[in-house]
Design a binder for this molecule. Structure first.
Ligand SMILES: Cc1ncc(COP(=O)(O)O)c(C=O)c1O
Length: 440
């Protein structure tokens, strides 16, 4: 007899809640749920949010799109989970393990509520967005696609939303098509509508670009994909930290994101999929925890999501993500969105005043501003800014095909978070002024 308590089996109180409280709530026209409908603390107002982050101090950290700094609440939750509360999950007959199992599964319910999933059983815990996409490529595309089928991506995708599809396409004899960008650097949905055919079985697009900050009209992209019977995966890495997301109203089929960009721990993330898709997918990896019964004659598998979570999971990652979601909702995603929108507007207004600075991305980019200074390598920009206490990202941002289409090898990128404020923009602009004086 297998002694594990698996999510979705109904064994263990942590897994029996059914529909997530707050999941089936009203949404606005963009498919975003009101943040107040989630079970969480009421939004705070007026505090200096920088003080919540021990890693910030007076540092001008403008690399949140790479990874977000952690609030003390998340650090405390992780310390508590690795300290006095630590035990394994799904196996122990002793109380601390049972409690940890409850906490682990409570985190799954919290994630489900956060993104509007119908049930916690639609939430697969993975190592990050990268693993989530690889899982779908292997277990869904690998099963459903055949030679000659086509996959539709866009020009602005992160490598983790390109390479897994190339790997599976090569194996199956499938093909990849690429949606171009509009002049203002959005995924061109008119072009998508013109190029999609019934041979396209899957569309996979960034909800928010990690380089340009462009926000996808997900609902329209989903409508176009579904019009030919294709499934659509949305890469939500840069969206979940900056805007309210509801997978039901976005009408996608798969959604992935990483915890560390949402102020949570690294090495942890989420794949959401429609339950009927998960049900039909074979396991990703074999091992403990993903089985129903094992014998040398025949092994049967657990139902989703346990089927996709072989081995001892990243228990503390789940608890850290739970704390991160609590934190983000205590501030309020609307407030975070407003903070970042304001800072993007300030940056986009100030930088072009400096000679030879060129901006990328649309005016309404979400939280991210990419730019170049003619004649200066972005690495030099980053190094000089570092001397000024300003941390930006410089490079290709894991988006080499996008760099090629923009006609550059690299860009400098400033990205904001909940702790960002006008002093960061001022320091950035001051630092860029110094760069141009040094290279001028
Ligand atoms: C848009 C986007 N997709 C995917 C990823 C990959 O995320 P991870 O490395 O956490 O798996 C990133 C990380 O930068 C990203 O920004």
């Amino acid at each position: 007899m297998d002694d594990q308590i698996l999510p979705g089996t109904g064994r263990g109180t942590a897994t029996q809640s059914g529909v997530v409280e707050g999941a089936l709530h009203e949404r606005d026209a963009m498919g975003h749920a009101p943040s107040t409908s989630f079970a969480g603390p009421p939004p705070r107002a007026g505090e200096d949010l920088r003080r919540d982050f021990p890693g910030i101090g007076d540092w001008h950290y403008l690399d949140t799109a790479a990874t977000a700094q952690k609030p003390q609440a998340v650090i405390d939750a992780i310390a508590q989970a690795y300290g006095p509360d630590y035990a394994t999950v799904h196996r122990g007959v002793y109380k601390r393990s049972a409690d940890m199992t409850l906490a682990y599964e409570a985190a799954r319910r919290r994630v489900a509520g956060f993104i509007g999933a119908g049930s916690e059983n639609e939430i697969v815990f993975v190592r990050g967005a990268t693993e989530g996409i690889n899982l779908v490529a292997t277990c869904w595309a690998g099963e459903q696609l055949k030679a000659g089928d086509r996959i539709l991506l866009s020009q602005l995708e992160h490598h983790s939303n390109i390479v897994p599809w190339q790997m599976i396409a090569e194996k199956l004899g499938a093909h990849i098509d690429v949606i171009p960008l509009t002049e203002d650097h959005r995924i061109d949905l008119d072009a998508m509508a013109a190029m999609i055919t019934p041979a396209h079985k899957l569309v996979s697009l960034a909800h928010v670009s990690n380089v340009l900050g462009s926000v996808l009209d997900c609902r329209r992209a989903a409508d176009i994909a579904h019009s030919v019977g294709a499934k659509i995966l949305l890469d939500g890495c840069q969206a979940v930290p900056r805007m309210r997301v509801d997978v039901q109203v976005l009408d996608c089929d798969f959604y992935v994101f990483s915890a560390h960009k949402l102020y949570g721990p690294t090495g942890f993330g989420v794949l959401w999929a429609r339950p009927e898709l998960l049900e039909a997918m074979p396991p990703y990896q074999g091992g403990g925890a993903m089985i129903d019964r094992v014998s040398f004659e025949k092994t049967t598998y657990a139902p989703p999501p346990g089927r996709f979570e072989a081995g001892t999971p990243h228990i503390v990652g789940a608890l850290g993500l739970h704390a991160a979601i609590d934190y983000v909702e205590s501030v309020g995603l609307d407030r975070i969105h407003a903070i970042e929108t304001d800072l993007v507007a300030q940056t986009r207004a100030a930088l072009p005043q400096i000679n030879s600075v060129r901006l990328f991305g649309p005016e309404d980019s979400a939280g991210i501003v990419s730019f170049v200074i003619e004649g200066v390598h972005p690495h030099d920009i980053g190094t000089i800014l570092d001397e000024e206490g300003v941390a930006i990202r410089a490079g290709h941002h894991c988006a080499q095909p996008l760099m090629a289409s923009l006609g550059v090898d690299a860009t400098a990128r400033a990205s904001f978070g909940v702790y960002s404020d006008a002093s960061d923009v001022e320091a950035l602009v001051r630092g860029i002024g110094r760069v141009t004086r040094i290279f001028g």
